[in-house]
Structure formats: structure tokens, C-alpha cells
Design a protein around this ligand. Structure first.
Ligand code: AMP
Length: 277
């Protein structure tokens, strides 16, 4: 696996790949690599792409400085895990290369806004789209892999490509779940055993209610689940809503519906979504 920190070295690798007509598959991440990330790299391999993973904890997508400072970092472990699954290249962008004009972000995507995470993390998606645009223009991948775990992010990234007519295929990847039914997340590396306990109990209630919602979407089920999550020990719930996959509008019909949830266990943010069809 090639480890690249410099954009000049990255460009050399990319040039060689283009000469050989090799497909370039980009997997943007913030590191603390887990099975969810690995599944994206495996998808890139299945499509015969040269897999490039980027690890960059993007400061402009954090709307809270403590959240940024506490975001887990495990570069050495990440390198070992990525080597093990034969990832082709690992790119550690430098902040000055991502943000040559300083830490600014632009609002370029106006669809799928003012709902879900955008309501609770103002400016977050502007940070995401700014860094994704930068990675796309630097790497010019043929395919970019994004997880359905961050469903709203996936929809917004798809819009970057559509609105700008970029020659990039966005490849959505299903969520890889822990034994408790919740998706893997880097943030869970910071859980204490007590927080993990709360997380598992909440997971149990979510799973049961997802099962009920799969049969029939009923507001009462959502209200009861909401109460249960708080009683078990979540600090707050940002949203617990059933929306359609296509347009992310609220629905009471199972067709292409998902349950979207975001809550905090102390300072640790949990977001996830569940297919209801
Ligand atoms: P992150 O490092 O959390 O920014 O995630 C990098 C990419 O991995 C994003 O496209 C995420 O949606 C995706 N991802 C994160 N967790 C999972 C998971 N459990 N299953 C599938 N994809 C995931």
C-alpha cells in the first residue's frame, strides 16, 4: 500500500494510473477505520478500481470545536488495517492543501437541506461538500464510495455530481452493522463501558421498534421509542423520523422508507438509519 502525504506524489500515482487506463476508486474517510470503511474498499476492489482511501478529519464540517478535538484518531492502527485488506493507496491530505485559502466553506448544495442533520449541525454539510469537492477535483476518481449510514450526506454528495455534471459515479454502500444492529461508527471508539451499556440497551429498543415499523408505520410507535431512548439514558434525541429514500420527505408509507435517528449519549453522537421495507 502506498502512503501519500504530498499532493505532488499523489499526482504522480494518478498520472500513471490514467496512462494505464486504470479505474480510480476513492473512499473518503475521517479515519479510525472500522468494518464499515473496509466494506467500501472491498466494493472498490470488486469494481476493479485502484482503491484510494483518504483520511482527513475535516475541520470545517464540525460545528463544535470540542467534537472536533475529541474525534478519535488512530493512524497507526488504520494503516495496519488498510494494509491487511490490500488497499492500494492511503492519502493523508494536509490541511494547507485542502484549504489553501484558510478554513472557509461554501454552500453549494441547496437540496436535502434544513432537515435531519442539517437542522442540528448548521454548516456541517457545507464543510462536507467543500472537502468532497476538493478531493474530487484533486483526485478525479472514476468512482467514489459513500456509505448509506450517512444517508443525507450520500444524497447531498450525489447532488454535487449531478449539479456539476461531474464524470464521477457515486457508489452507495449498505451499512455494516454491529451485533446489536447499529452501524459501526468511529465515534463509538470513545464509549466508556457505561455508555456502551446504554448504547446496547437503546439498540435493543430500536431493533424491536424497527421490526414493528416494518409491518406498519405508526406515529405511536415513534413516540414510545422516543420516550424509551430518553429513559434508557440518551442525553437528547435530535430526530426520530420516517422518511423516503428518494426525496427524504416524511412518510407514513413503507414504500422505500427508512427510519432516521440521531441522538447523543453524553457528548457522543449516534446517527443511523434502518430500512423499513
Ligand atoms: P467517516 O469516516 O465516518 O466520515 O465515514 C467515511 C465513509 O464511510 C462514509 O461514506 C460513511 O458513510 C461510510 N461509513 C461509515 N460507517 C459505515 C458503516 N457502518 N457501514 C457502511 N459505511 C459506513
Amino acid at each position: 500500500m502506498k502512503i501519500v502525504k504530498d499532493t505532488k506524489d499523489l499526482n504522480k500515482i494518478l498520472e500513471n494510473l490514467r496512462i494505464k487506463n486504470t479505474k480510480i476508486g476513492l473512499v473518503p474517510t475521517m479515519g479510525s477505520i472500522h468494518k464499515g470503511h473496509l466494506s467500501l474498499i472491498n466494493e472498490a476492489k470488486k469494481l476493479n478500481c485502484f482503491s484510494i482511501v483518504s483520511i482527513f478529519i475535516n475541520p470545517t464540517q464540525f460545528n463544535n470545536i470540542n467534537d472536533f478535538n475529541e474525534y478519535p484518531q488512530n493512524s497507526l492502527e488504520d494503516i495496519e488495517m488498510l494494509k491487511k485488506i490490500n488497499c492500494d493507496a492511503l492519502f493523508f491530505p494536509k490541511t494547507k492543501d485542502m484549504y489553501p485559502k484558510g478554513l472557509t466553506k461554501q454552500k453549494t448544495i441547496f437540496e436535502f437541506r434544513n432537515i435531519l442533520c442539517d437542522k442540528f449541525r448548521p454548516g456541517h454539510f457545507d464543510g462536507v461538500t467543500t472537502v468532497v469537492n476538493k478531493l474530487f477535483s484533486l483526485i478525479k476518481p472514476n468512482v467514489a464510495f459513500f456509505g448509506e449510514k450517512d444517508f443525507q450526506q450520500l444524497k447531498i454528495v450525489e447532488k454535487i455530481v449531478i449539479n456539476n455534471k461531474l464524470p464521477i459515479k457515486i457508489h452507495p454502500c449498505p451499512s455494516i452493522k454491529l451485533k446489536n444492529g447499529m452501524s459501526y461508527s468511529s465515534r463509538y471508539k470513545n464509549f466508556t463501558s457505561n455508555q456502551k451499556n446504554i448504547f446496547n440497551k437503546i439498540a435493543n429498543r430500536i431493533n424491536f421498534n424497527v421490526y414493528l415499523l416494518t409491518k406498519k408505520i405508526d406515529l405511536n410507535i415513534l413516540n414510545i421509542l422516543n420516550q424509551e431512548i430518553l429513559e434508557i439514558g440518551a442525553r437528547n434525541i435530535e430526530y426520530l423520523e420516517v422518511r423516503t429514500e428518494d426525496s427524504l420527505v416524511i412518510t407514513n408509507n413503507n414504500k422505500k422508507a427508512r427510519l432516521f435517528v440521531a441522538f447523543n449519549i453524553d457528548q457522543i453522537r449516534v446517527i443511523d438509519n434502518f430500512v423499513l421495507y
